[in-house]
Design a protein around this ligand. Structure first.
Ligand code: HEC
Length: 144
């Protein structure tokens, strides 16, 4: 190998640190995305303002395609009870908080069966919906 000049060495150092810079930038982006993902995965179901509204709107469309065959958003009974005021009732159903009770009702409906109804709500939503979709549904139920 011919002796390397100072220029070559400098170029090599620069290209190595350049590569590190790229790796570092990629890591920062990944980290930023991971953090953003975390925040998005755990929305506050009691969020108000635009955040809460957006969650409730997403929840409404999830509701319309998964729930309203059996539930009305009023107080009339379909296969299951009407959901008007369900968030307020939820807090008194069991020892759970309203959010916890609604989450349980969606994921594990037979854990508590509302008086006068058959335990026919499908127990599949815990796997067919994501945690975030369930949070959105709860945000929507809260508005009924
Ligand atoms: C096949 C019919 C059916 C579907 C579909 C269904 N449910 Fe139900 N649901 C019921 C019945 C029946 C009950 C009452 C018996 C019970 O508590 O399991 C009920 C109970 C509930 C309760 C408890 C209500 C209360 O007053 O305590 C909640 C909350 C609920 N459902 C939410 C949902 C949501 C959200 C969806 C859609 C993701 C959904 N259900 C889809 C039939 C259904």
């Amino acid at each position: 190998m011919p002796p390397t000049g100072k220029k070559d060495v400098m170029r090599r150092i620069r290209s190595v640190s350049g590569r590190h810079r790229v790796v570092f930038a990629a890591l920062s982006v990944t980290l930023a995305l991971a953090c953003a993902g975390d925040a998005a995965d755990a929305p506050d179901v009691r969020a108000t303002g635009e955040l809460g509204l957006a969650a409730a709107q997403r929840g409404e469309s999830i509701y319309n395609s998964n729930c309203n065959a059996c539930h009305s958003t009023g107080s009339d009974t379909r296969v299951g009870p009407g959901h008007a005021g369900v968030f307020q009732r939820a807090a008194g159903r069991t020892g759970l908080s309203a959010e916890e009770y609604l989450r349980q009702s969606i994921i594990d409906p037979s854990a508590f069966v509302v008086d006068g109804f058959a335990p026919v709500m499908p127990a599949t939503f815990g796997s067919s919906l994501t945690d975030r979709e369930i949070d959105d549904l709860i945000a929507y139920l809260r508005t009924l």
